[in-house]
Design a protein around this ligand. Structure first.
Ligand code: GLV
Ligand code: MN
Ligand code: MN
Ligand code: MN
Length: 410
């Protein structure tokens, strides 16, 4: 069979997604595999077993990234396919898992057809892509490309007060191996997580790049006092200040318009009681924009908002950057290759920017990288109802297979 006519097995791909989705499954659907928790360890064990069964040489690096490599005719730079298997606490079956499991499906298809490639193909699952438990997001791929020192990463403390390095050791994934030393090309298949492809009835999204991400944690310190007896003029209400900042973020984001988005995803008050003015508030603000200049403007507006509100509410504040990544452009040659490959498979394509962060944006620092998007039903993700139709999953995996072959079997 000519490699160009090879196709993945759609039912086998869906079965792979359902098997992994059964690990950390939530009642009522969806999954919880927060990074380096016991359920994520089980997901990792499962992945390693599947990689081994496919004959891949499995290595784990010091930050817990897992790599499975398929032998080739010659040693040389690898064609790397990857994503992540950690999830947010109320995640779906596809975010991340698709990119890794479609990589395995590509390997299985080549194994079945007895295709030997010129360059090795490797599949990667990067540690802590989501960033929900340990900030920043895309941490494993960031360390892999040298963007964050290993020791600094190991010392990061989780939202539940655990040191990353200790958690990694506890689940047995502080490895001594390493990923490919040289990468010819990196491809990441992912669900869109937004509404564009579905709205426009497009099969494949050719991803141009990823928008910039800015995460800030704000701690507001006021004074707890009696809710009934403290006159308004004497209050130092951290809860009210936090609410005003949250509303202010919503207002300036709407005013900026365009692609600017802003989210207050965490808002914790203490002591969090009905009749006590809040002494302390901890909140996060996630700002994103594909345009670095505009993202900087949004950050400046947030800083000014915090100054004004804390001054007026007589509370003090501290801010801490949890993540800051500039917008990233993918490799034009690979973007064109994804587009042409999809159209050769008679699939409709559209070029778009990614709203979510992805490991591909880190790998792009050291190697040509590109992404393939498939439609998300109702544009919903980071939600247990996240869904992509089997036919769309298969189309994406077939594009992944063919672009991989173009690189590995030139
Ligand atoms: C993380 O990957 C995000 O996009 O929030
Ligand atoms: Mn993802
Ligand atoms: Mn995600
Ligand atoms: Mn992501």
């Amino acid at each position: 069979m000519m490699p160009g006519s090879l196709r993945i097995d759609p039912a086998r791909l869906v079965a792979r997604i359902e098997r992994l989705g059964g690990i950390g499954a939530l009642e009522g659907g969806g999954v919880c595999r927060l990074a380096l928790t016991p359920s994520e360890k089980l997901g990792r064990d499962h992945l390693v077993a599947e990689m081994t069964a496919l004959g891949l040489d499995v290595t784990v690096d010091a930050i817990g990234n897992i790599f499975g490599t398929r032998k080739a005719r010659r040693e040389g730079p690898a064609v790397l396919l990857g994503s992540h298997i950690d999830t947010v606490a109320t995640g779906g079956l596809y975010d991340g898992a698709l990119g890794v499991l479609a990589g395995l499906e590509v390997i299985a298809t080549l194994n079945d057809a007895g295709v030997e490639t010129e360059l090795p193909i490797a599949v990667a699952a990067f540690t802590n892509e989501e960033g929900s438990r340990f900030a920043p997001d895309m941490l494993g791929s960031l360390v892999f490309v040298g963007g964050l020192h290993l020791q600094e990463a190991l010392d990061i403390v989780s939202i539940d007060g655990k040191r990353l390095g200790d958690e990694l050791t506890a689940i047995g994934y502080a490895g001594t191996g390493h990923g490919p030393k040289e990468i010819a090309a990196y491809f990441e298949l992912h669900i869109e997580q937004g509404p564009i492809l579905e709205d426009e009835k497009i099969g494949i999204g050719t991803v141009m790049g990823v928008q910039g991400i800015s995460w800030t944690e704000i701690t507001l310190n006021g004074r707890s006092s009696h809710a009934g007896t403290t006159p308004i003029r004497l209050r130092r209400d951290a809860g009210l200040a936090a609410a005003r900042i949250a509303a202010g973020v919503g207002a300036f984001v709407r005013e900026m318009g365009g692609d600017q988005v802003g989210t207050v995803g965490v808002l914790t008050l203490s002591p969090n009681l009905v009749n006590v003015v809040a002494q302390k508030a901890v909140m996060t603000v996630d700002l994103r924009n594909p345009d670095e200049t505009l993202l900087k403007q949004a950050e400046a507006r947030l800083a000014a908002l915090i100054e004004t509100v804390t001054d007026e509410e007589n509370v003090t504040f501290e801010t801490r950057s949890l993540a800051r990544f500039e917008p990233v452009d993918f490799a034009p040659v690979l973007i064109d290759q994804v587009d042409e490959t999809a159209r050769a498979l008679c699939l409709s394509t559209r070029r778009l920017f990614s709203g979510a962060g992805h490991d591909a944006q880190m790998i792009a620092r050291i190697a040509p990288a590109a992404m393939i998007f498939v439609p998300s039903v109702n544009g919903i993700s980071h939600n247990i109802t996240e869904f992509t139709a089997a036919a769309d999953l298969a189309n994406g995996a077939n594009v992944l297979l063919q672009v991989t072959l173009k690189q590995a079997l030139p």
